[in-house]
Design a protein around this ligand. Structure first.
Ligand code: ATP
Length: 364
């Protein structure tokens, strides 16, 4: 088989439900490809269609329109048990009366795999998920994180071509969730299986994924690697959904080569890469940690806006400033608390905010 055949392909997939006599479009036309061995996340707010998209990949839902392909084969109408894909749910769905070993071996026993091979495969996978020595425990005798690892082992032991995970860490507390994120990434790397991960938690998606599809209202708004999603959000929605963003709107004063000179107020001048003409209104974004706050006017060549410090919040590793511009726009600035840094601005101070042109982006 040629190497470049994608593990999973969605081609113009639409899903409509009939609810109380009305048609609901849960997924409005999604096309994407997921590579073999990729850790791919579907990320978006509640109701954006990510679970429905995943259920169509698994075969639990049939698309109203469009195609689902696995390794180049059209499986749009193939039932889930014929798809060589496994799914892990938030609820774990372990058998409570079986111990860890029996839970993991269950699928292989049902497929009548030889006992010696079952022993080998269950032993290997329990080692990968770090549960060796706990084979005799029952689910209720284990923590949430351990139960989640049993569920993962039970899915992986079948050696599926892809594993679909729907908010699998949702029931865990924050600390355990963060530990499991690192664990999941390690396990995925070790087994080399394609993972498709559904989450509404942006930090989870940014931490683990090779690529992320950010979904909104039944559509993919941006598909890129975590760095690009964070650094170069493609739309207002993505900029607002991922991390903290400053969304600004101004008028193009001039075009200087690749840079637009955008005016917000009298003295505020923003330099931003983009395509527009003088007089156009543009929306742009800049991340709080890219902005320098200063009580003295900085050098030219930077984007520069003047404002007044409102709220100042101490957040441990950094300070967060809310700075109000003359036109009422509020800009959030994060300033790292380095060992030798002293607070440069206080509430009520007039300050200059500056950043490099390449740290802001125009939005569609
Ligand atoms: P969540 O994070 O809350 O699970 P989601 O992004 O996974 O949300 P979906 O569960 O895919 O979203 O739902 C997308 C939209 O489709 C929602 O508006 C939902 O109400 C609707 N929907 C999903 N399943 C059905 C169904 N069986 N019948 C009718 N409407 C449905």
């Amino acid at each position: 088989m040629p190497e470049d055949v994608p593990a999973i392909e969605l081609d113009g997939v639409v899903k409509e439900y009939l609810a109380h006599g009305e048609t609901v479009q849960a997924v409005k036309g999604v096309s994407l490809t997921i590579g073999e061995g990729e850790f791919f996340s579907l990320l978006g707010p509640s109701g954006c269609g990510k679970t429905t998209t995943m259920r169509m990949i698994a075969g639990f839902e049939e698309p109203t329109k469009g195609l689902v392909k696995l390794l180049g084969q059209d499986v749009t109408n193939v039932p889930p048990n014929k798809r060589d894909i496994n799914m892990v749910f938030q609820s774990y769905a372990l058998f409570p009366h079986m111990n860890v070993w029996e839970n993991v071996a269950f699928g292989l026993r049902r497929k009548k795999v030889a006992e010696a091979e079952i022993k080998q495969r269950v032993g290997d996978i329990l080692e990968i998920v770090d549960l060796t020595g706990r084979e005799k425990r029952r689910p209720r005798e284990m923590s949430g994180g351990q139960q989640q690892r049993v569920a993962l082992a039970r899915a992986l032991v079948n050696r599926p071509r892809a594993l679909l995970l729907d908010e699998p860490l949702g029931a865990l507390d924050l600390k355990l969730r963060q530990q499991m994120q690192t664990e999941l990434k390690r396990i995925q790397r070790e087994v080399g299986i394609t993972f498709v991960y559904v989450t509404h938690d942006q930090s989870e998606a940014l931490t683990m994924s090779d690529r992320i599809a950010v979904m909104n209202d039944g559509l993919v708004e941006q598909l890129a690697d975590p760095r690009e999603i964070y650094e170069r959000p493609a739309s207002k929605f993505v900029a607002g959904f991922i991390g903290t963003s400053n969304l600004l709107s101004g008028t193009v004063d001039a075009v200087d080569g690749d840079l637009l000179v955008v005016r917000l107020g009298e003295q505020d001048r923003i330099l931003v890469p983009g395509q527009a003409a003088a007089g156009d209104t543009v929306d742009l974004t800049v991340r709080p940690e890219k902005i320098t706050i200063s009580t003295e006017q900085p050098e030219a060549g930077l984007s520069l806006v003047k404002g007044t410090v409102g709220e100042l919040t101490y957040l441990g590793t950094y300070n967060s400033y809310a700075v109000a511009l003359a036109d009422g726009t509020e800009i959030t600035v994060f300033q790292q608390n380095a060992i030798d840094s002293s607070t440069t601005a206080e509430r009520g101070d007039t300050v200059w905010l500056s950043w490099r042109p390449q740290h802001s982006y125009t939005l569609s």
